[in-house]
Write a protein that binds this ligand. Structure first.
Ligand code: PLP
Length: 407
């Protein structure tokens, strides 16, 4: 049973006031808040067994290693991946996608095509463009429809006329909240012998993601969008590919033997984890997943979906509001503009009333370009938000709309 009051009590920051108003935090797509269980896991690590992992014979190092590797197994298990060699722990989705672009590079030649969703976050665009500059591959966008989802038929047509070697798509768009048909993109990639690379940063907090079942070649996400800490994320990769591909960064931990006559590399997953890892935050990310399980995550998502529908319906009924997209499958986000007002002005005035939304291009400039907008205001919900908070947001927005459209 999902108990919203008990859940909110677990998040100390939700009691904050901003400019004299109770905080209404609708910026969850940027980062979620952390329950006290996660915050305590970080201090517990530093209080009791802070030590570097893997290399020590002393007790604290053994305890830290067990906790760190145990967390890896926990994280993999939550996402349906039992082989811990396929769970690469990195700084976040951005680092994961950069790693993929770099380790795929030797498999590609000048003229090969990488299809990239037009509505991607810059983290799933720029690494491919950098690869293009380095080795002459072509990056071609998969168009986004006016509803806000990636156009699968257009992608299929592109594969019939171009030598496509990689399909890189977001599971959920951070600027719109649309759920893309990634199962279709993954099957298409397999059919044509291309790699599938999925950015799951916005899917992991809002869907029950089973990476093994999706069967993409690579799937990236960040902990901080799922109630975990910043600075930790995961790349799930198919074992056979990870074994065949070269490491990216070099240094401690990723090696087997180092000699000036030649260096050999560690086994998976450590081959892709050079240097001291983010031990405390990995442990705390596993705790965040324990927490999601403890509150009945499926029920939490049902609650979130119901307040999201309330938000969308209320926004659609407001004549001065334009909403970005109208996808069939939609999670968390409502990206909007107030007619005649700049999104920054709307966001700044909302903040004065205690409401936190994000404004701007949301690291998705091509999406804004597609819709001919400089940016939007983005309200994005999490399971700890409430129906009442949606109403407080709507009241605040009506006041702001009045102020901006009267002047
Ligand atoms: N991909 C998407 C869809 C995102 O929303 C974000 C963050 O906003 C990222 C990638 C990058 O995540 P991070 O900054 O945690 O690496």
């Amino acid at each position: 049973m999902f108990d919203i009051d008990a859940v909110r009590n677990d998040f100390p920051i939700l009691t904050r006031r901003v400019h004299g108003h109770p905080l209404v935090y609708f910026d969850n797509a940027a980062t979620t808040h952390k329950p006290k269980q996660v915050i305590e896991a970080i201090t517990d690590y530093y209080d009791r067994f802070n030590s570097n992992v893997h290399r020590g014979v002393h007790s604290l190092s053994g305890e830290a290693t067990d906790a760190y590797e145990g967390a890896r197994a926990r994280i993999g298990h939550w996402f349906g991946v039992e082989d811990t060699g396929e769970v690469i722990l990195l700084r976040g989705a951005t680092e994961a996608l950069n790693l993929v672009a770099n380790i795929i590079a030797p498999e590609l030649s000048a003229g090969d095509v990488i299809l990239v969703g037009e509505s991607e976050h810059h983290a799933n665009i720029v690494p491919w463009q950098q690869l293009s500059q380095r080795i002459g591959v072509q990056v071609i966008p998969i168009p986004v429809s006016d509803a806000g989802t990636l156009d699968f038929d257009a992608a299929r047509s592109l594969t019939q006329t171009h030598p496509v070697k990689v399909i890189a798509a977001g599971h959920v768009s951070n600027a719109i909240g649309s759920v893309n048909p990634i199962e279709d993109f993954i099957s298409l990639a397999r059919e044509i012998g291309a790699y599938s690379v999925i950015d799951g940063a916005q899917a992991a907090p809002h869907l029950r993601v089973d990476v093994k079942h999706l069967d993409a070649d690579f799937y990236a996400l960040s902990a901080h969008k799922c109630c975990g800490p910043t600075g930790i994320g995961v790349l799930f990769g198919r074992r056979a590919l990870l074994e065949a591909m070269p490491p990216w960064q070099g240094g401690g931990d990723m090696i087997d033997r180092v000699s000036f006559s030649g260096t050999t590399y560690n086994t998976l997953p450590w081959k892709f984890e050079a240097g001291t890892p983010n031990i405390a935050d990995t442990i705390a990310f596993a705790k965040a997943l324990d927490y999601l399980e403890s509150i009945d995550f499926a029920a939490a998502l049902d609650h979130e979906a119901s307040i999201h529908s309330h938000l969308i319906e209320a926004m659609q009924a407001r004549p001065h509001i334009q909403i970005l997209g109208h996808p069939d499958q939609w999670v968390s986000v409502c990206s909007f503009n107030v007619e005649g007002a700049h999104p920054t002005d709307v966001g700044t005035l909302l903040d004065q009333l205690g409401v936190a939304v994000r404004t701007g291009h949301h690291c998705a400039m091509p999406t804004m370009e597609h819709f001919g907008l400089p940016g939007t205001c983005r309200a994005s919900l999490a399971f700890y938000n409430t129906h009442d908070e949606v109403d407080q947001f709507l009241q605040a927005l009506d006041r702001v709309t009045g102020m901006l459209t009267d002047s």
